[in-house]
Design a protein. Structure first.
Length: 228
C-alpha cells in the first residue's frame, strides 16, 4: 500500500499559481451541500502514464456529478450540477500522485472539487454534512490552499467502526492529506468564524479511481442514480 500501514500521509503542496486563490472568489454556491455556506466548481480528468515517468492529463467533457447514496446520504443518488473549474490544479495533483505512488500500469480517472466554505458569527460552515464517511474511491487527496479568519475545521481519520478517530489535526494552507479511502473513513469539523466576522476556507479535493472503476459516463451515472 503506497501510504504505509496507517493508510494516510500529510504532504507539502507546491506554491500555487497566481490565478488559483482569486478563482475561489466567484465559485457559485453549491445548491446541494452546505446549506448556502459552500461554493464549488468541479472537473474530471483521465490520467495516463507517460514514458518520461510523468503523467498526462486529459480533461474529460463536463458532466453532472453523481455519487452513491451509500457514501453520501445527503448528496448521493441525485444529479448535482456544477460549473467547470477554470484554473489549472494539475501541479497540485501531481504532488498527490507522487505521494500516492499511483500504479502506472493502468489509467486513472480523477474527480477534482474546488470548494470554498464560508462562516460567520452564529452560522458555521459544515464541511462534511454526511458525517464520518468513505468517498468510495481508491484514494482521496484533500489540499488546503487558504484560510481567512477560520476556526474549527479539524480533520479526523477513523478506522471503520471505531468510536473515536485515531488521528485528528488542523491542516494549514500548503498542506494536504492523502487517504486510502477504502481502508479509512474521515470527516472534518465545521468551519467557524475566529472572531465573529466573515471567514472562509479554500480547498481542493481530488478523488482517484482506476479507469476500469471510473466515476464517469452513462454507466456510472445510471448505477449511482438507481441506488436507493
Amino acid at each position: 500500500m503506497p501510504l504505509g500501514s496507517e493508510g494516510y500521509a500529510i504532504i507539502d503542496l507546491p506554491d500555487v499559481a497566481p490565478d488559483i486563490l482569486p478563482s475561489y472568489d466567484d465559485c457559485p454556491v453549491d445548491e446541494y451541500m452546505g446549506n448556502g455556506t459552500r461554493f464549488k466548481r468541479f472537473t474530471q480528468y483521465r490520467l495516463r502514464a507517460r514514458d518520461d515517468d510523468n503523467w498526462s492529463f486529459e480533461r474529460l467533457p463536463h458532466r453532472d456529478y453523481t455519487t452513491y447514496k451509500k457514501f453520501n446520504a445527503v448528496g448521493g443518488g441525485i444529479r448535482r450540477v456544477y460549473e467547470p473549474i477554470q484554473v489549472d490544479f494539475t501541479p497540485l495533483i501531481r504532488a498527490g500522485i507522487s505521494g500516492l505512488g499511483l500504479d502506472r500500469s493502468e489509467d486513472w480517472q480523477i474527480n477534482v472539487h474546488q470548494n470554498r466554505t464560508r462562516a460567520e458569527d452564529g452560522r458555521p460552515g459544515p464541511l462534511t454534512p454526511e458525517g464520518v464517511h468513505h468517498d468510495g474511491h481508491e484514494f482521496v487527496m484533500i489540499g488546503i490552499l487558504n484560510k481567512v479568519n477560520v476556526a474549527g475545521a479539524v480533520t479526523r481519520l477513523w478506522n471503520p467502526g471505531a468510536d473515536e478517530p485515531f488521528w485528528s489535526g488542523t491542516l494549514e494552507p500548503g498542506k494536504a492529506v492523502l487517504l486510502d479511502d477504502r481502508a479509512l473513513a474521515h470527516d472534518v469539523t465545521d468551519v467557524r468564524s475566529a472572531d465573529g466576522g466573515p471567514g472562509h476556507r479554500d480547498i481542493v479535493i481530488i478523488a482517484f479511481s482506476r479507469w476500469a472503476e471510473k466515476w464517469y459516463g452513462d454507466e456510472h451515472d445510471a448505477a449511482a442514480l438507481a441506488e436507493q
